[in-house]
Design a protein around this ligand. Structure first.
Ligand code: ASP
Length: 347
């Protein structure tokens, strides 16, 4: 039986993969997409139909914004029916934020959206960019025997591992193992073959139409506690006009100093409708606020558990939920649910 050739849309947003060293300044600068493609003759060898589309000019991912997330999502939305999968070339610096944001934006997703990039530009001899890109395209095109996509999720593919995007964190500024998913195992590993773990991959219903959410509210801060945190600074943070949510990075399994002023300020902020989410400073493991007294006090002060989610996922999920809901209780309820595999919730 002849199967139809798979089609993949490659979206180039920027990042090291498409950079070249400026001989005058020594700094890496973005090149345009056509120059990038000259370094990738391998793309013509694929038995996959690859179309391309590029940000012009390309962006260093430290300049990513919700507006640019919306641009990526609208490209996917407009061309959703024409492709089996999508690969997004993206800088590594904020790739986990974009992957998390897209996972919440692309409701009812039933096709792969794979983000990848590299630590070395694709024009350099030892580049990791070629392998990352070539395997990401292959994954985006892979279907199961029943014709459905093998990995119908927003994923990050990097250095032989396919991860759920909203579980990833950039862990290294200079190694090829730039990403890690500390609280969820890889969805696939690439060696001689690509070995998928279907039981770890989200199931989807292709009969439901893609529903893209575009509204963000960025009135969110990340507050990272440390011994000796200043009361004056904390009180000023809680009083920021327009503040709607705080991702509070706590110790261990979700503990914070049991200072009266801190607990009172948190209670008052929560009563004013500010959503406060407890995320541990440990990259592995989960917040369990009833394990120790200091955690329990936070629970009583109206703080909600972020469980084992990453900061990237908690921030983007809050931005999206606050964009969609005016009611802080609705946001709190949805923060307590797994929308697309971003947190582990025991039944
Ligand atoms: N600054 C670059 C970026 O995130 C780093 C990279 O791509 O690795 O766009």
């Amino acid at each position: 039986m002849k199967t139809e050739q798979a089609t993949v849309l490659l979206i180039y947003t920027g990042g090291t993969i498409g950079m070249k060293r400026n001989p005058l300044t020594g700094a890496l600068e973005s090149v345009n997409f056509d120059s990038l493609l000259t370094y990738l003759p391998e793309l013509k060898q694929f038995d996959i139909n690859i179309d391309t589309c590029a940000f012009n000019p390309p962006v260093d991912s430290s300049n990513m914004t919700p507006g640019l997330w919306a641009r990526i999502a609208s490209i996917i939305e407009e061309r959703y029916d024409s492709y089996d999968g999508f690969v997004i070339l993206h800088g590594t610096d904020t790739m986990s934020y974009t992957a998390s944001a897209l996972s919440f934006m692309l409701g009812n997703l039933s096709k792969p959206v794979i983000l990848t990039g590299s630590q070395l530009p694709v024009g350099q001899l030892r580049t990791d960019g070629k392998e990352n890109l070539i395997t990401a395209i292959e994954i985006a095109a892979t279907r199961r025997p029943d014709g459905r996509a093998m990995a119908p999720e927003v994923c990050v593919y990097f250095n032989n591992s396919l991860y759920r995007g909203n579980r990833t964190t950039k862990r290294s500024a200079d190694q090829f193992t730039a990403f890690e998913s500390f609280n969820y195992p890889p969805l696939a590993e690439a060696g001689i073959d690509i070995h998928y773990h279907p039981e770890r991959i989200l199931s989807c219903d292709p009969s439901r139409p893609l529903r893209v959410r575009y509204r963000f509210d960025a009135n969110v801060i990340v507050m990272s506690l440390f011994p000796g945190y200043s009361e004056t600074i904390a009180r000023q943070l809680f009083a920021i006009p327009g503040l709607k949510a705080i991702v509070m990075r706590t110790f261990g399994s979700g503990n914070a100093p049991q200072n009266d002023w801190l607990l009172q300020s948190l209670r008052q902020a929560a009563d004013r409708g500010i959503v406060i989410v407890n995320i541990s400073q440990c990259v592995n493991g989960s917040v369990e606020m009833n394990r120790y007294d200091p955690g329990l006090s936070l629970l009583r002060a109206g703080v909600i558990s972020g469980r084992d989610s990453t900061v990237e996922s908690a921030v983007t999920k809050l931005m999206l939920l606050l964009g969609e809901h005016n009611d802080p209780d609705a946001v709190r309820q949805l923060m307590n649910r797994s929308l697309c595999g971003e947190v582990t919730i025991e039944p």
